[in-house]
Ligand binder design. Structure first.
Ligand SMILES: Nc1nc2c([nH]c(=O)n2[C@H]2C[C@H](O)[C@@H](COP(=O)(O)OP(=O)(O)OP(=O)(O)O)O2)c(=O)[nH]1
Ligand SMILES: [Mg+2]
Length: 315
């Protein structure tokens, strides 16, 4: 049987304060009936993603999109069809949304999204909605005071909300001590902290998750931490992205986008191949390697969640 291919545009509509997202319940008589969804629907053959989404949001909710940005594209195999979910983050709209087709519609705090049953294809969308566009990887820093000052600067001045503690030069005890203080600092500003290292680190420090090296990623056979924690990994090619999907990673970095001073001999991926790899990833992907925050819009345009960087956020 040749499966039907369905192209669907859907919207994560974000409230003005950035804290809530609008979801709707699918009527009980359609496929995936009774489950919650991001409003949207099937595109006509001649429609673009955003064009079709504008029509759908008008039909289903009575709102007009004012400002939107691509969030994530997901290819998913349902038993009866291949679906491409083309998801947009809508930051501004006009009109007061209501269920024009009689469907329930609800504003939900980001952190409560996981409590709602969605179709199977939606898990990566939930992750993408909850993640920011910038991922700070901390720099190597001998001095604890200096480290704290730079982290504080990134959180306060740059508004960073997702941090990876990477400190290869520290021994275990020093790493754990730094992790505790970094966690306190991140909590203070509502930022998430991932520890770069072994999953067992979470038994000592109650951080938000673990970031695996690509080497460690390839050795593991199953997801090493609970679902409530974030699992991220570094990837450099298709094989590693596939493994990240198999382990149920919540997001990954893909690098090096550009050649960097720290790895002058590693051939860069480049935007063209990056876009192709991201398209099949089915999880949020941060572009890494010579990235600055000014690359974030371009990264989003080719399907990424955003950019990860040490140098640009560590000053
Ligand atoms: N809108 C939407 N559809 C989703 C999501 N997740 C997911 O798997 N889907 C699937 C369910 C459906 O098979 C398909 C969307 O079709 P739809 O029923 O919304 O299409 P439509 O609005 O054009 O409605 P219709 O005219 O075909 O009745 O995509 C989601 O978050 N939002
Ligand atoms: Mg629909």
């Amino acid at each position: 049987m040749v499966k039907r291919r369905v192209h669907v545009a859907a919207a994560a509509i974000i409230s003005a304060d950035g804290r809530e997202v609008l979801i709707a319940r699918r009527p009980s008589n359609v496929d995936h009936g009774g489950l919650w969804e991001f409003p949207g629907g099937k595109l006509a053959p001649y429609e673009t993603g955003l064009g079709g989404l504008k029509r759908e949001l008008h039909e289903e909710l009575g709102v007009e999109i004012r400002r939107a940005q691509p969030l994530i594209r997901i290819h998913h195999e349902y038993p009866d069809k291949h679906i491409l979910l083309d998801v947009w983050q809508v930051h501004e709209f006009s009109g007061e949304p209501f269920g024009r087709e009689g469907q329930a519609v609800r504003w939900v705090p980001m952190k409560d999204l996981v409590n709602y049953p969605f179709p199977a294809a939606n898990l990566p969308i939930l992750r993408a909605v909850m993640l920011p566009t910038e991922y700070l990887i901390s720099g190597e820093e001998e001095d604890d005071g200096q480290f704290d000052q730079r982290l504080e600067h990134a959180l306060v001045e740059d508004g960073v909300r997702l941090v990876q503690l990477r400190a290869k030069q520290l021994d275990d005890a020093a790493y754990l001590a730094r992790a505790e203080s970094a966690l306190a600092r991140c909590r203070q500003y509502g930022a998430r902290l991932l520890l770069n290292g072994e999953p067992e680190l979470l038994e000592s420090v109650d951080a938000d998750g673990i970031h695996l090296t690509s080497e460690r990623l390839m050795q593991l056979e199953r997801r090493p931490i609970a679902e409530g924690k974030w699992l991220a990994a570094s990837t450099h090619d298709r094989e590693q992205l596939v493994q990240a999907g198999r382990l149920g990673c919540d997001f990954v970095t893909l690098s090096p986008l550009r050649t960097t001073p720290s790895h002058p001999d590693v051939p860069p991926v480049g935007w063209h191949d990056f876009q192709e790899l991201v398209e099949r990833a089915a999880m949020p992907v941060f572009a890494l390697g010579g990235m600055t925050r000014f690359d974030a819009n371009h990264a989003r345009a080719v399907g990424a969640q955003g950019v990860a960087s040490i140098r640009d956020f560590w000053k």
